[in-house]
Design a protein around this ligand. Structure first.
Ligand SMILES: Cc1cc2nc3c(=O)[nH]c(=O)nc-3n(C[C@H](O)[C@H](O)[C@H](O)COP(=O)(O)O)c2cc1C
Length: 292
């Protein structure tokens, strides 16, 4: 990739709206809105609640379905030379994850990012990525049918994320990305109701950055596959901290909502930092954190 900065899934749609303002080819890549086998309406509104230094969202994977993506959106994205297109894929059963991998493998996406933070409908709704055995089954099933680079996007809503990363690696993942959102709630004390229509949602933005950095640090020491870091990145300096903790690329999500040029700004600021500190390539910084 020509840049280590990727637009994070669910915050950049399929690139069309941002593409009116920013040459998408200047991004390292885009992870598209989470795709499912069939179209989804998503959750009832309100879907976003602002929090100190972040947001809670409960969009609920609203998307046109994988087939409409391949037909209507992928050709637009692939018309941007140099832009790596990652299909963020989710399923409601283990088998559906495998089917998504098979379908997307026959397209010209550059990689598949498995969103394992979705509820497992057959097992009481717990997220696939929060149970080690279920995560192993999902990655195994996808790997068998996946001919593309497979990135497993880890859920932070676990006790030991490094263990989950090791499982993903052992089952054949080519890389891991983290973190997805942290489960949270916002309450309207006057109505005595949760603010989000879905009651609970996922926290993202600068509020989660310290948690994300620690998780990236732990995961990058536990696996030897590449790590993509995200969680609260809004400046080049934020991204550099993720590189030092072991990420070899970063994703920018919520930052795009407050500044639609955030990905470009982060990219330019990384380049400035590298120039003024004598780094010639990102890999010179990866994992170079010096512990006290
Ligand atoms: C509104 C919204 C929608 C999201 N949708 C998805 C999604 O469809 N699939 C996914 O894997 N992550 C999704 N995410 C999570 C982000 O990709 C990212 O992991 C998370 O927000 C942390 O990064 P950030 O703090 O830079 O936003 C979503 C996040 C937000 C804020």
């Amino acid at each position: 990739m020509r840049s280590p900065v990727i637009a994070a899934s669910g915050t950049y749609g399929f690139g069309r709206e941002y593409g009116k303002y920013i040459p998408l080819s200047e991004l390292g890549g885009i992870s598209v809105k989470g795709l499912t086998l069939t179209p989804r309406q998503g959750n009832p509104p309100p879907r976003i609640a602002e929090t100190p230094s972040g947001i809670l969202n409960s969009v609920g994977l609203q998307n046109p379905g994988v087939h409409a993506f391949i037909r209507d959106e992928l050709p637009f994205l692939k018309a941007h030379p140099g832009l790596a297109v990652f299909a963020n894929a989710a399923g409601s059963t283990v088998e559906e994850y495998g089917e998504m991998a098979a379908i997307l493998s026959e397209t010209d996406v550059d990689g598949i990012e498995a969103n394992v933070s979705c509820p497992n409908v057959k097992c009481g709704g717990a997220a696939f990525g929060t149970d080690p055995d279920v995560l192993a089954r999902v990655v195994r099933c996808m790997r068998r049918q996946c001919k593309k680079p497979l990135i497993v996007k880890l859920s932070p809503n676990v006790t030991a994320i490094a263990l989950m990363a090791r499982i993903a690696e052992a089952e054949g993942a080519d890389g891991v990305s983290l973190i997805n959102t942290l489960m949270g709630m916002a309450v309207d004390i006057r109505t005595k109701k949760p603010i989000l229509g879905n009651n609970a949602g996922g926290l993202s933005g600068p509020a989660v950055k310290p948690i994300a950095l620690k998780m990236v640090f732990d995961v990058s020491r536990a696996v030897s596959i590449p790590v993509i870091g995200m969680g609260g990145i809004v400046t080049g300096e934020d991204a550099i901290a993720f590189f030092l903790c072991g990420a070899s690329a970063v994703m920018v999500g919520t930052g795009n909502f407050t500044d639609p040029f955030c990905c470009k700004k982060v990219t330019d600021e990384i380049a400035d930092f590298m120039d003024s500190n004598g780094y010639t390539q990102v890999s010179d910084m990866v994992g170079k954190l010096e512990l006290n």
